[in-house]
Design a protein around this ligand. Structure first.
Ligand SMILES: Cc1cc2nc3c(=O)[nH]c(=O)nc-3n(C[C@H](O)[C@H](O)[C@H](O)COP(=O)(O)O)c2cc1C
Length: 289
């Protein structure tokens, strides 16, 4: 079972991703494709240095095919020039960030209702065969879109993409107008899993028990390839160890908060994140204080 550390803007730098033992897949925070194409300094945040047993993804936001092709060309150039920073596994398109600035640009969850557009962006990203491609979505832009089943129309379109490098869709089980504290509702999961698309589920999962409660009544789990944890990893970077043992039979030792902090500080010395990352980690992570 895949265990994904969620993309968290200004948090999931290389040091934080490596700190989370037992993770199979991790993501940079969401990065603007436009910035990456136009600004050299934006590449400082593409810190995909090796992490054993972890596939690393860059998460990007765009709504333009032209940006996708320019980005791919620049990505290949940048990572070729920086051979130590060349452990990128895949590119995830963000169709989930609820920020008004993103939505105004037609990016993030504004894409969910635009099936043909998303399919075309993904196909553009697939015009190379070095990196896998995935998509992160929500249930819709708002309650109305959920009722109108926009996500299902999108999944129907994505099912037609036959390229095996298109590896999965991660679904954050909320619409973009829901607050972070409202409870998650996984009623649509069964139907989402009926599409021929590998699915990673996300939202409100802290441990194996939560995952099991969500999935135990499902009879067909063939397309359920993993789950993703965000906020719990901020509190406890060891939260992947228990599900990794139960689901993948892979044992790793637990650490004290002091050990976690020491390890993080040492990783930051290897590849120093931008200072905003340390500020945010200080704000969100009790073990750092
Ligand atoms: C501080 C913070 C930053 C986030 N930044 C991003 C981001 O850059 N891209 C993204 O797709 N989701 C982002 N998210 C959402 C998470 O990836 C995840 O979908 C959400 O927190 C739900 O999972 P959880 O209940 O396990 O936390 C962010 C969440 C938090 C708490």
């Amino acid at each position: 079972m895949e265990l994904h550390l969620a993309s968290m803007e200004n948090v999931t730098c290389w040091a934080f991703r490596k700190l989370c033992h037992g993770v199979t897949d991790s993501y940079t925070g969401m990065l603007s494709m436009n910035y990456l194409i136009r600004r050299s300094k934006a590449w400082k945040e593409v810190d995909t240095f090796p992490i054993p047993n972890q596939r690393q993804w860059i998460q990007v936001a765009t709504s333009k095919e032209k940006e996708c092709s320019e980005f791919i060309a620049r990505l290949q150039r940048e990572l070729k020039e920086d051979s130590a920073n060349n452990s990128l596994y895949g590119i995830q398109l963000n169709a989930s960030c609820p920020s008004p600035n993103i939505v105004r640009l037609g990016q993030g969850p504004a894409l969910i209702k635009r099936c043909a557009k998303v399919s075309s962006l993904i196909k553009e990203l697939l015009k190379q065969d070095k990196y896998k491609v995935s998509l992160k979505v929500r249930l819709g832009m708002n309650a109305e879109e959920v009722k109108q089943r926009k996500l299902f129309a999108l999944l129907e379109e994505l099912e037609k993409i036959s390229d095996s490098n298109f590896t999965n869709v991660a679904v954050h089980f909320k619409h973009a107008r829901e607050q972070s504290f409202t409870p998650y509702n996984y009623d649509l999961l069964k139907e989402i899993l009926s599409f021929k698309i590998p699915i990673v589920i996300n939202g409100g999962i802290k441990n194996y028990k939560d995952f099991n409660n969500i999935t135990k009544s499902l009879t067909n789990k063939k397309n359920l390839v993993g789950f993703m944890i965000g906020r719990e990893a901020l509190k406890n970077p060891d939260c992947f160890i228990e599900p990794n043992k139960i689901l993948n039979n892979h044992s790793l030792p637990f650490r004290s908060q002091a050990q976690i902090k020491l390890e993080f500080l040492s990783l930051c010395k290897e590849h120093e994140p931008k200072s905003i990352y340390l500020d945010k980690i200080k704000e969100y992570c009790p073990w750092y204080n």
